[in-house]
Write a new protein. Structure first.
Length: 443
């Protein structure tokens, strides 16, 4: 009798778990993030002829006016729920987030601890990061509602060593009990060409979205609506993470854009071989420079733009409360997904399965993955923002319930100067940190 009762309980439990999983994933699919399908590929910023502005050259992409850009189609049900703070999330989507983040984090932890060694420098900067993240959910009342709607967001920024840095690195930053809970986890962005393209099934996009990952469109610039969608979470006081280099760079220093010679444009690793064709246009004879290769590494850093993308500066400058910005650098993930220094293409490392074996079964210790992470001191920007506002007036601020209109979101020339100053400060600190962690790894 007891045996039958146990079997019945197990059967009903299996049905209940299956039902929760299916309904949760269906909810994740329904509320999946939407990629930007609008036309236009660059900033919707009207170029002026002011002598102080950067003049267009033939190795730069043309700057388009706002009239030439179609307004992104943002679905109301996504902007109403998926982009909103966690207090407003439907219960099924909340379950989906718990499943996505919990399963992914556990899988990553098992991989990172069996495949090799994961080490975070245990210093005051790391403890400051942990304190800020783990206490981020403390300002709520007994019913889970925020006592303070306006609170300081947390923005972490780091170098980008491989396509697996998030979740590979980020999933291991917190203690495991907190790392599997959505409320403590970061919000990140991923290029929509990789994570949210049309070739992927909707359920995959839903799973990624439930893992608190949002799309960003490469080449659309800092005025794109998707960047504002991401910024809403920073405005809610959430932890957000960015890779401001805008790509994967496996060098012993901070990567990022370079100053291109005349008659060249930046290509992609998939375009390797099109040395004399920047596009399908036969009349276009510009030379394509592939990022993350020794060829581009030899180029000087762009003196007017710097290495890092200015979208980071825009999110910081216009946040309702200036977020807490904490940098960290890491090294070691390039061993899992190395890049070809000639073509820039990423591939799985050789002998991957063998390297995962324990030494008693033929695995070699030198083949194991060895990751080192080091946090830096908080970066402050109050002086830069105060200086700008003293000269040009108060900056407008985006909010957690910002609509899909882009009138205020478009940046002026003066605001772009501010973004450049902000990311230059980040670049200086992150470059030092990256070189230091790479040097420590070599030693």
């Amino acid at each position: 009798m007891a045996h039958q009762y146990i079997q019945k309980c197990l059967r009903y439990t299996k049905y209940a778990v299956g039902t929760v999983f299916i309904t949760s994933m269906t909810s994740a699919w329904y509320y999946r993030p939407l990629a930007d399908t609008s036309t236009g590929t660059h900033d919707n910023y009207k170029h002026t002829t002011n002598d102080n502005t950067q003049s267009s050259t033939k190795n730069q992409a043309p700057i388009l006016s706002t009239d030439s850009i179609a307004t992104p189609k943002i679905n109301d049900r996504s902007s109403q729920f998926f982009w909103s703070s966690r207090d407003e999330v439907p219960i099924l989507l909340s379950w989906a987030r718990s499943i996505s983040i919990g399963v992914t984090t556990l899988a990553i932890r098992i991989l990172m601890n069996t495949y090799g060694r994961y080490e975070i420098k245990d210093d005051v900067h790391y403890h400051e990061f942990l304190k800020d993240v783990l206490e981020r959910d403390m300002d709520t009342d007994g019913e889970g509602s925020r006592r303070n709607e306006r609170r300081q967001g947390l923005l972490t920024i780091s170098n980008h060593r491989s396509l697996f840095d998030d979740p590979g690195i980020v999933s291991c930053l917190l203690p495991l009990p907190q790392a599997i809970q959505p409320k403590y986890n970061r919000w990140g962005i991923c290029s929509q060409e990789y994570c949210f393209n049309d070739a992927l099934p909707g359920i995959i996009k839903g799973y990624l979205g439930a893992g608190q990952v949002l799309p960003i469109c490469r080449g659309k610039g800092i005025n794109q609506q998707l960047l504002k969608d991401f910024g809403r979470h920073l405005a809610c006081g959430e932890w957000c993470h960015l890779f401001p280099e805008g790509g994967v760079w496996q060098w012993n220093e901070l990567g990022g854009r370079r100053e291109l010679p005349e008659n060249t444009i930046i290509g992609a690793s998939s375009d390797f071989g099109k040395l004399n064709n920047a596009s399908d246009n036969e009349d276009d004879d510009r030379i394509r420079i592939i990022p993350a290769t020794t060829q581009q590494r030899a180029l000087p850093v762009n003196p007017s733009k710097g290495k890092l993308k200015w979208g980071t500066g825009k999110l910081i400058a216009h946040a309702p409360i200036i977020p807490k910005v904490i940098p960290f650098a890491h090294v070691g993930m390039e061993k899992l997904l190395p890049q070809d220094e000639v073509t820039g293409k990423t591939r799985l490392r050789d002998n991957l399965l063998r390297s995962m074996l324990p030494s008693m079964l033929g695995g070699e210790e030198e083949d194991k993955l060895s990751v080192k992470v080091q946090f830096g001191q908080e970066i402050m920007f109050d002086d830069l923002i105060h200086e700008h506002e003293q000269k040009y007036g108060k900056l407008w601020k985006y909010g957690p319930n910002e609509g899909s209109t882009t009138s205020k979101w478009d940046s002026s020339y003066e605001e772009r100067i501010l973004y450049n100053k902000i990311v230059q400060r980040i670049e200086d600190r992150l470059d030092i940190l990256t070189k230091q962690v790479c040097q420590d790894k070599r030693e």
